[in-house]
Design a protein around this ligand. Structure first.
Ligand code: COA
Length: 225
């Protein structure tokens, strides 16, 4: 999501206020702690306080952050963001994964998903990865893992994303993963004092399942020949 739902100015926990929840909490493992989602090269896992330094180093540069809402500006700010992600996950409204490479534990980016309707029937996802890993396939594999988690574990019906119209890589990445452009949300994102247009994308659960079936058919045809 272009807009990181974390709002340091509204983070009241430091003042002793309990976080609010919008969803009735039911028993579910992912609310206790996020599962580890392992692909062949990419592993998504829960964020830890110790990820703050690498995320600060990789995500705060202008190249990565120019089309998204400003990330925390200090390592301490990332630590508070990470603690906030844990509280939102416990509340059952949000999940944020660290992106790591198999065999290395360093967080090189994040994938996040939040409910926009109670119970995750509709949700929004977003992502940011250190620029050294752009064009490497890390996004694609991480996105496949996140989509499976969203549709199979969170039972999302409709997964939305927003990308600034000028964000070439963000729009290209969403199209590659099968997101469908549904329209332009005019002047919907405030960045540096300017309201910017965003493209609205969505993937619905049936389309995602159909695309998995189609991929399985292609791979069985390839293995026959
Ligand atoms: C968004 C992000 C995670 C995607 O990861 P990535 O590794 O760059 O993505 P990929 O290279 O797999 O895919 C991007 C695609 O967009 C294409 N692309 C690049 N610039 C483009 C442009 N100006 N216009 C259109 N397509 C473009 C790329 O060619 C690529 O497609 P290809 O693999 O078919 O060539 C990463 O760029 C990032 O972290 N950006 C900063 C944070 C951000 O903007 N997040 C919000 C996204 S909505």
């Amino acid at each position: 999501m272009e807009r990181m739902p974390y709002r340091p100015d509204l983070d009241m926990t430091a003042l002793g206020t309990r976080p609010t929840t919008t969803t009735e909490i039911t028993s579910s493992d992912w609310k206790q702690s996020l599962p580890v989602l392992a692909g062949t090269q990419v592993v998504l896992r829960e964020l830890r306080a110790s990820d703050a330094a690498s995320l600060f180093a990789l995500i705060t540069c202008e190249e990565v952050s120019r089309f998204i809402s400003p990330p925390p500006t200090t390592v301490g700010g990332f630590e508070r963001f990470i603690a906030w992600t844990h509280r939102q996950r416990s509340a059952g409204t949000y999940a944020c994964f660290a992106v790591t490479l198999k065999g290395f534990d360093t967080a090189i980016g994040i994938f996040q998903v939040r409910e926009t309707e109670p119970g995750f029937s509709t949700a929004e996802w977003g992502f940011a990865i250190g620029s050294a890993f752009w064009g490497s396939g890390v996004f694609h594999q991480g996105a496949e893992l996140l989509l499976e988690f969203a549709f199979e574990t969170l039972n999302v019906h409709r997964l939305e994303a927003r990308a600034n119209v000028k964000n070439g890589r963000g729009n290209g990445a969403l199209l590659k993963i099968g997101a469908v452009q549904e329209g332009v949300l005019r002047k919907s994102f405030l960045r540096n004092g300017q309201y910017l247009d965003q493209v609205l994308y969505a993937i619905v659960d049936d389309d995602w399942r159909d695309s998995l079936d189609a991929a399985a058919q292609v791979s069985s045809l390839v293995s026959v020949h």
